[in-house]
Design a binder for this molecule. Structure first.
Ligand SMILES: O=C(O)[C@H](O)[C@@H](O)[C@H](O)[C@H](O)CS(=O)(=O)O
Length: 289
């Protein structure tokens, strides 16, 4: 496996949701805890951001322009990195302590986003679907930390994880109706190995999982077996995304730490990394709503 490169050092508190836009040749990503939506140019190393007034968990590039996003306060559209935020709906008005965490578009251009319960006192995190008509419906969940959402290349399998429970699920997905059925356990990681955070599926259908607390990213076969491992110079990788001119660059976001011994061991915690791979990723669908 190629060498991991530090693309942007110590750039975030909680870097997450990297998304490559091939038309703009930019890596968009968020700093959840700082409430920032970033745009990174890997050619120049330049990075800019939009400052929001709340946490942003996830987003997708919108076909009409701008973005759709999941914030603490619900679903919104964002006109550009200059701003222009329009609320759509908050499916968890009764749970102000929860926020959106992980999300992406399905092959039909719906935006799916999941919430987390920071108290971990109830399995009250769920994935919701924001449809093309901007209606919202509950999809799947009963999680502590909704994470790891990704689709197989044919769109017929939906993967998601519940990070603190160390488990990734696989479900049958109907792209026409957006329905989920037949949820089963895909892989469960042993305690101490790392917890399945954000994920991406490559063009061969393998699931790449960022293992929070494990300092590694693993490539998992459709049969649920680990076949490759990338060691990351940060204890808490949070998400991966394929991008670059040839779609074979894996970008890795990570979380910073305020625990001094961990920061001393991993001084690049909270950085954005990249590594070139012998496999390509899937181009992210844009939100069609
Ligand atoms: O990075 C994320 O997706 C979450 O926002 C993080 O907070 C992380 O996944 C979470 O802290 C892991 S766990 O719930 O503590 O296991």
């Amino acid at each position: 496996m190629s060498e991991v490169i530090t693309a942007l050092a110590n750039c975030a508190q909680l870097a997450e949701c990297p998304r490559w836009d091939p038309e703009q040749q930019r890596l968009f990503w968020v700093d959840i805890d700082a409430g920032r939506l970033h745009a990174f140019d890997p050619k120049t190393g330049q990075d800019s951001y939009l400052q929001l007034d709340e946490e942003i968990g996830c987003f997708a590039v919108r076909e009409k322009g701008g973005f759709v996003a999941g914030l603490r306060s619900g679903f919104v559209t964002i006109d550009s990195l200059a701003g222009g935020i329009t609320p759509i709906a908050d499916p968890e008005q009764d749970k102000p302590h929860q926020r959106f965490n992980d999300g992406r578009c399905d092959p039909a251009g719906r935006f799916l986003a999941g919430t987390l319960n920071p108290n971990k006192d109830a399995y009250s995190g769920h994935y919701y679907t924001l449809d093309l008509d901007l209606s919202v419906r509950k999809l799947v969940g009963n999680n502590w930390t909704s994470n790891g959402l990704a689709f197989s290349p044919d769109g017929k399998t939906l993967y998601y994880s519940d990070t603190p429970r160390h488990v990734v699920f696989a479900c049958d997905y109907d792209v026409v109706t957006g329905a989920v059925t037949n949820q089963r356990e895909f892989i469960r990681f042993p305690h101490g190995f790392g917890r399945p955070d954000g994920a991406a599926v490559d063009s061969e259908g393998y699931y790449w999982s960022a293992l929070y607390g494990g300092g590694r990213v693993v490539r998992i076969s459709p049969a649920g077996k680990i076949v490759n491992t990338i060691t990351v110079p940060a204890k808490n990788p949070t998400m991966v995304a394929f991008g670059g001119e040839s779609m074979n660059t894996l970008f890795i976001t990570t979380a910073d730490t305020d625990y001094a011994p961990e920061k001393a061991q991993y001084p690049l915690s909270g950085s954005l990394f990249s590594v070139n791979l012998p496999v390509t990723g899937l181009i992210e669908p844009k939100f069609k709503g």
